[in-house]
Design a binder for this molecule. Structure first.
Ligand code: NAD
Ligand code: SAH
Length: 413
């Protein structure tokens, strides 16, 4: 039996799902194909992804392909209760609600795995962690799974290196149609969206410190600059740091950036990026947000420890008064601000990421028994197919190589 907040919230959840589905042409195309070819007939799928409208639509696409699908979230704060209710109303088993405790969150993951899935979708590696440990018994029918995000992929490769990966996993994140668009343009827009939504403050003229200049950081820097911010980047990788300088941004260590920033956004996947010594020198009114994996990039324990008073200033903003009177503001409890304080990436972006997920699962089902227990890249033809459908949907045509051009490009001399 599902465990959600309130099934009576379903009508607004249905509206949200219907809205995003109108802007997800690739998934719509895949759904038609799945209805015809039933790639998941008789198969069970456990999903753990941010449970909002686009994810719900993905679940319906997999179900249309013949699967029984059980759904949970991948973050205690990103579940939208009305969307969860709509899924239950459509006959899905759903275990999630917004604001679960860490213990309840884990219970929901375990319950989702108790389906004994043939296939699974993970976002960040929490399902994978459980099914290799406490929930090993639920892996008896497992063919494999797909992982959505950068940090989850790092965890998978670590598992593979240690010889501890027990089934094939597909690296969705490194498909071009995922990270080039989702991590960059998706995170750029939705992180600002979550910040602006919760603060209702201006970006233009602010000094925005961006920690990490990977795919997410680049997107964030590009969009903050476009809105008139003065952008400062912190990095640990000399090449990324150099790239940031040539893209026109100031690069400096966090020790220096901490003194001048108005808004700080961490997008590194690392921990302790903003620490006590940084919090000590920040300006009064500084805003702190994280859009990377987990709530460990900003040391919120130190923040709480240092404060003489802390209180909820607005939904998604907690104020911390320092002994010298400065107030520092932490957004969305230091969890992914774009999903905890917003709706995450836009539909047109998740259309691509989730098309890769759907095709990745289909690939695993088709190649059942033929794959090794390792991390597989998304086959290039899937990436190209997704891009081609997207271009068609956007009404964009491109050129094709003639036979002579092909021969010219392939010639040795
Ligand atoms: P990436 O590997 O491309 O970039 C991370 C960057 O952070 C790297 O350049 C790295 O050198 C830098 N870095 C690491 N530790 C640092 C530190 N202590 N200080 C400064 N820089 C540091 O990864 P990505 O794809 O940009 O993803 C970043 C994080 O965001 C991951 O945890 C990923 O799972 C998450 N993510 C979030 C969303 C979202 O919706 N908010 C979307 C995609 C990915
Ligand atoms: N469990 C981790 C997950 C990292 S989230 C955590 O809570 O910290 C990062 C992933 O969220 C990205 O790879 C992106 O594809 C996904 N994402 C972003 N917007 C989304 C949306 N609107 N719906 C579902 N997933 C989304």
């Amino acid at each position: 039996m599902s465990d959600i907040k309130d099934v009576r919230l379903a009508p607004s959840g249905h509206d949200k799902i219907y809205w995003v589905a109108s802007y997800m042409p690739i998934l719509n195309t895949i759904k038609e194909d799945f209805i015809k070819n039933q790639p998941f007939k008789g198969l069970k799928i456990s999903m753990s992804i941010h449970l909002e409208a686009k994810t719900a639509y993905l679940a319906t696409v997999l179900k249309a392909g013949g699967a029984e699908v059980w759904v949970t979230g991948c973050n205690p704060l990103s579940t939208q209760d009305d969307v969860a209710a709509a899924l239950v109303d459509m006959g899905f088993e759903v275990n999630a609600w917004r604001g679960v405790s860490n213990e309840q969150y884990e219970e929901h993951l375990k319950k989702t795995l108790s389906l004994c899935p043939n296939l699974m979708i993970d976002d960040g590696g929490d399902l994978t962690h459980l099914i290799h440990g406490e929930c090993r018994d639920y892996a008896k029918d497992l063919i494999g799974g797909c992982e959505e995000t950068t940090t989850g992929i790092h965890r998978l490769f670590a598992r593979q290196r240690a010889g501890l990966l027990d089934y094939p996993m597909i690296d969705v994140n490194d498909a071009d149609c995922k990270h080039l668009f989702d991590n960059r343009y998706g995170t750029g827009q939705s992180t600002l969206d979550g910040i602006m939504n919760s603060t209702n403050l201006i970006i233009a003229g602010k000094t925005v410190v961006i920690a990490g200049y990977g795919w997410c950081g680049k997107g964030m820097a590009m969009r903050a600059k476009g809105m008139g911010a003065v952008v400062v980047v912190t990095e640990i990788d000399p090449i990324k740091a150099l790239e940031a300088t040539m893209d026109g941004f100031s690069v400096m260590p966090m020790d220096e950036a901490a003194k001048i920033g108005d808004l700080f956004v961490t997008l590194t996947g690392c921990k302790d990026v903003i620490r006590r010594e940084h919090l000590e020198v920040m300006k009064d009114g500084a805003l702190l947000a994280n859009s990377g994996h987990f709530d460990v990039e900003i040391d919120k324990i130190a923040l709480s420890d240092m404060a003489v008073e802390e209180w909820q200033r607005k939904p998604n903003i907690r104020g911390y008064r320092m002994p010298d009177g400065r107030i520092l503001n932490l957004l969305a409890e230091g969890r992914l601000v774009n999903l905890a304080a917003g709706n995450g990436h836009p539909a047109e972006i998740m259309d691509m990421s989730f098309a890769i997920q759907a095709k990745g699962l289909e690939y695993l089902a088709k190649n059942r028994g033929k794959l090794e227990n390792k991390v597989y890249a998304v086959p290039a033809e899937i990436d190209r197919e997704v891009a081609a459908i997207k271009l068609r949907a956007n009404g964009v045509k491109i050129d094709y190589l003639s036979d002579e051009q092909k021969a010219y490009l392939e010639a040795a001399e």
